[in-house]
Design a protein around this ligand. Structure first.
Ligand SMILES: C[S@@+](CC[C@H](N)C(=O)[O-])C[C@H]1O[C@@H](n2cnc3c(N)ncnc32)[C@H](O)[C@@H]1O
Length: 218
């Protein structure tokens, strides 16, 4: 996508670290800064690793009363997805160019978020890279902190080894979350779990999927 970068317009949707408040002000609620003031009390859902933005475009169109914040650290996908969201006129969706794990852990306010979506996170299959995986004990601690009571983490992966890893992490976090079966969002088509780009690609390849919803415990 690199050669097409110049034609992407992220205006009104795209955010970067330049849009953060000063670090000294501490963690912040994105709704107070990045969404229209009349939407300050509307729910906030976050997607980490939005890729080309398909989930945001599909689901946000069905949920106009919710603020959506996607987080994507690959610059080309960030620009592509932000431009796509802008072209769809989804003015209740923002896309942040950042590391989602760090953003949630260090910048996001306590109890500001209703749902965290994590669809097809990079599996980092080599053992020495496992520390880069999105789902870690520390990230579940952070997810629990930023979610409201009754909040959810929604996870789908095609990677069996990463799935087994997640089971171990969740087993270490039973005081924080209860794992329950996945249910698809309204935007998923028949036979889809969510209907992201990676899901569609992997489905054509016949890969098996694993999915769960982690319900935040009080
Ligand atoms: C396998 S792709 C899945 C994309 C999309 N969710 C889908 O299902 O089509 C994983 C995406 O997550 C992004 N990503 C991985 N780790 C991230 C992180 N820590 N913060 C933000 N984005 C991340 C990658 O750049 C990539 O776009």
């Amino acid at each position: 996508m690199t050669e097409h970068t110049a034609k992407f317009d992220v205006a009104g949707v795209g955010l970067t670290a330049d849009d953060y408040p000063p670090l000294e002000q501490g963690p912040f609620d994105p709704r107070a800064l990045w969404f229209p003031s009349q939407r300050r009390d509307h729910p906030l859902e976050i997607e980490i690793g939005s890729g080309k933005g398909t989930f945001l475009v599909q689901q946000a169109a069905l949920q106009p009363g919710t603020n959506f914040l996607g987080i994507e650290y690959a610059g080309e996908f960030y620009r592509y997805a932000a431009d796509r969201i802008r072209r769809h006129g989804l003015n209740h969706v923002r896309l942040l160019h950042a590391d989602g794990r760090d953003f949630v852990q260090y910048r996001l306010a306590t109890a500001c978020c209703d749902v965290i979506h994590v669809y097809f996170p990079d599996p980092w299959p080599k053992r020495r890279h496992h520390k880069r995986r999105m789902i870690q004990v520390a990230s579940l601690d952070a997810f629990h902190r930023v979610l409201i009571p009754g909040g959810q983490v929604r996870i789908v992966t095609d990677h069996s080894d990463y799935w087994a890893w997640m089971q171990d992490i969740v087993a270490e976090s039973t005081s924080l979350f209860e794992a329950q079966p996945f249910c698809s969002p309204d935007s998923a088509s028949d036979g889809e779990l969510v209907g992201t780009n990676f899901e569609r690609k992997y489905r054509r390849q016949g890969r098996p999927f694993h999915a769960t919803i982690l319900h935040r415990k009080p």
